[in-house]
Design a protein around this ligand. Structure first.
Ligand SMILES: [Zn+2]
Length: 234
């Protein structure tokens, strides 16, 4: 059973992949949608266009994150499938050469020649493709590409991040939308940065400051664009 204690006890690398994707997705959601909301709010004196732009941004952002993740992870999955098919073929057509190759990998990792031969022979007898996939190609079951999960996770975390500024545009008074969105977004970005740093074993303050700084810059840029255009949207 995974408890918080043995989870925090596990190596950082084991827990960083999905966390990094989740934090990146949420960061993206907060930064891009709060900046969008602030940009429109800086140019608009009524709520409707701000809410409309924020909702449209959330939907568009979540879908583009999903599409981007799906395409990139699918091409990774295609590469893995092609590599495994070639490996399967090589194991069928030149098993001696493959056994030597595997032995060589274990010798390089520090085993004596005799022990490396034994390990390679036993792992080959047990599951040759799995041994080559793991030790030659670096394809580990737990890390294999899952495009749909990745796309859903990415869209979901983006939407969760984006929901924060969206809620503010619904409930804050129009005059307070800019400061409220800016303040709450920076607080959440700092929390996310701190969480990612804590779980990833990095320096807490650097992790927090880095994310909050970029968030602040993005919101400042869109606020200036919005007020620069000073377009009154009724
Ligand atoms: Zn091989």
């Amino acid at each position: 059973m995974i408890t918080i204690d043995n989870y925090l006890d596990s190596h950082y690398i084991h827990r960083s992949n999905w966390l990094r994707a989740a934090v990146l997705g949420a960061n993206d959601g907060i930064i891009s949608i709060s900046s969008l909301a602030i940009g429109v709010a800086a140019a608009s004196s009524t709520r409707e266009p701000i809410v409309l732009a924020t909702v449209a941004g959330l939907v568009a952002g979540a879908l583009s994150m999903a599409a981007g993740e799906y395409v990139s992870v699918s091409s990774q999955a295609d590469t893995e499938t092609a590599d495994l098919a070639r490996e399967r073929d090589e194991l069928a057509t030149q098993p001696e050469h493959e056994l030597e190759e595997l032995t060589g990998i274990y010798i390089q990792r520090g085993l004596t020649k005799r022990l490396a031969k034994q390990v390679a022979a036993q792992l080959t007898a047990h599951d040759a493709l799995a041994a080559h996939a793991r030790d030659e190609l670096g394809i580990i079951e737990a890390m294999t590409a899952r495009p749909i999960q990745a796309a859903l996770a990415s869209a979901g975390t983006f939407a969760v991040g984006a929901a924060l500024p969206l809620l503010i545009t619904f409930f804050a008074s129009t005059a307070n939308i800019v400061p409220f969105v800016a303040a709450t977004s920076l607080i959440f970005l700092a929390l996310l940065g701190g969480l990612a740093a804590k779980v990833g074993g990095a320096n807490l303050w650097i992790g927090t400051g880095r994310v909050a700084l970029w968030g602040a810059l993005a919101m400042l840029a869109t606020a200036s664009v919005g007020s620069l255009f000073g377009v009154v949207v009724t």
